[in-house]
Design a protein around this ligand. Sequence first.
Ligand SMILES: [Zn+2]
Length: 323
Amino acid sequence: MKTSKYSKLVNLVNGLDNRKYLVLKEAIEKRDSVKFVARLLNNSSQDICCPHCKSYKLQKWGVRNDMQRYKCKECRRTFNALTGTPLAKLRKKGRWLSYAECLKNGLTIRDAAARCGVHKNTSFRWRHRFLKNAICIKPDKLSGIVEINEKVFAWSDKGSKKLKRNARKRGFKSSIQIPVKDKVFTLYCRDRSKNSYDKILSGFSANVLQREICGLITNDTLLCSQSKQVYIKYARQSKVRHGVLDLSSKEIVKKDILHIQNVKSYIRKLEIWMERFHGVATKYLNNYLSWFRELDEFDYKIDSKTILIRAMKADRYNTNHYR
Ligand SMILES: [Zn+2]
């Protein structure tokens, strides 16, 4: 833009009435936030490789929608830092950081939508895309003393248009009241380095544990649990050293080191955190468990930029789902 034209523009801005000035200010802020997010994403992908053939032989290939594009010298295809990631094809970049902030604060889908000025369906889609990294990344092995405990949820069809069972009148005050067919067993393991693992189990037996957490607890660890037959049998079958706390005598700590206070505290915090959602559909339960695990991993101090960058880096090189 020529200097004379620019001066005219400045004069025009100075002459705007308050309402028009606010509209202009909002448009500039929106543009700034889009550029800020795009710069953050571009700068966080220095080690980028081709999502199609995994080659590092790339050349820069212009900028589109504020994102740097690359062309692969091997397969000749073009892409940007978001191609093949959960954030690909999502719109309204300028609001992503605000949305990540909502995730950090555990806002519901509706509240996050209102806060970011997006439709609730968008809020729903963004939540699951942003959490993809947390869902994918779980420790595959725990070490040292490993505490183990379970929690039972009642099966929930929240959000479904048709219920396949009769509606419950009052819910359940404790897991004992939940009918067996409605029980959803979730397992939690935590080692003393604060690595946490959670899993929705297909049942609650030693064989299920052996099958579904295979390799997580090796025989150089010391498993610590309450004296439940499931854990005792699982430890025996897996040949894992096992410290048992006597459930009947309400034993809390044994030999000064054997306890399950860490994993119990983790589950308690999860329960408190989940209260805000007023029930979670079972089909999305894993997302919520993963979301909480990510918050816990950062000691509940994860910042919105980290959430965004982690979401971008999830599945970067092994999926085409999001293209
Ligand atoms: Zn390539």
